[in-house]
Design a protein around this ligand. Sequence first.
Ligand SMILES: Cc1ncc(COP(=O)(O)O)c(C=O)c1O
Length: 421
Amino acid sequence: MKQTYIQSSFKDYEDIPGFDIYQRATAHQGYLHYLKDNNFMNYRLLATSGCGADINLAEDGYIKEGNYISFVCNDYLGFTQHPEVKKAAISSIEKYGTGAGASPLIGGYFEFHKELEDKISTFFKRPLGSAITYTTGYTANSASLLSLLKKDDIAIVDMAVHASVYEGILGTTTKRFLHNNTEALEQILSVAQDKYRTKMVIVDGVYSQDGDLAKLKEILEITHRYGGVLLVDDAHGIGVIGKTGRGAMEFFNILEKVDIITGTFSKTFGNVGGYLVADPELITYLQFQSRQYAFSAAATPIVAGVNKAIDLIDEEPHWQEKLWENIEYYRKGLQDIGLNIGITESAIIPVKIGNIQKNSEAGKLLLENGIYTNPIMYPAVSMKDSRIRMSLMATHTRAQLDKALNVFEYVNKKLDIAKPI
Ligand SMILES: Cc1ncc(COP(=O)(O)O)c(C=O)c1O
């Protein structure tokens, strides 16, 4: 049985023919035991301090209680711990309490929500009324797409888009194109031309596993040439990419031309929630037609922290500069060891290992030596694409990065993890 577990993944337990929910849960439990017994259980580790460049973990199996250098937090600019962001969230709680009490349509729409929508519209250089917020980044994609795209429409998606997009396009016709392959995209659009009411092309700005950027300029041009609508989810680009932190769209100089932008408050903005930016009429449509928005309670007053985080992107650009110093230093350090970091152009740094077993061993050895990373395997990436995934932060110190590089050198000596490029 153990032999089969080695090649297993969580995906295998999503649906098992003939198994009812309890039998499926029992089979799943067996897999979790295998992970735990082999010290590969790097999921749901219990942290006893806040999100940041270092973190305290509770004792759990082979994991010792103590402080770890952390590369698992997507809080790229360190704003979850910024005193001004905390202050904004605390004052908002003091003024409004801890909850919104209703969905935005029936009593749960407060002035801090409107201020946030206005700030997002302005941040993306659109007229007021161009933004809607959701209570997660996930639903900013899934719930809005479910509402916008029906069976007579088509979603044309880069195969590497986030799971939330895949959920959002369940009710429409769907075509996937090879990652960042603009010829494949054009081929699909040319065939789709007059067959669908809306042809929506959906890409990420920064891809969440390889950290590479979409070829946004070409994708926008092709999409518009064939009468399509472009949606860019730049969850990992905002605050990180572009001269003023407006993401991959700013980097490619197309910020004002993208039809629909989605993103999250859970990364650079140091909170939880998500947003969609588009033509104001489309925003109003979603306010009334998007079921998750209309029938679910609005964000808590803590979301006012995002208002301050948005300001800080412009007011304190040194965080983005420090982040890029860290990215360049760390990337070079990993490459000097001989490790394969792929084609990253962002704060997401993968160390590509390939072999699932070695990847798990590497994750464990890193953790045993005080470095907390995310070992990523199928189905998040393809079977041969296992990697250690890391998010860099502006608040990582040089000493922390040096310690992590030393541990990587040790892990490479022990496990020979340098996958050919
Ligand atoms: C590209 C992308 N889009 C959307 C999301 C969902 O955002 P959230 O975690 O804030 O719900 C994520 C989260 O990991 C993501 O990586």
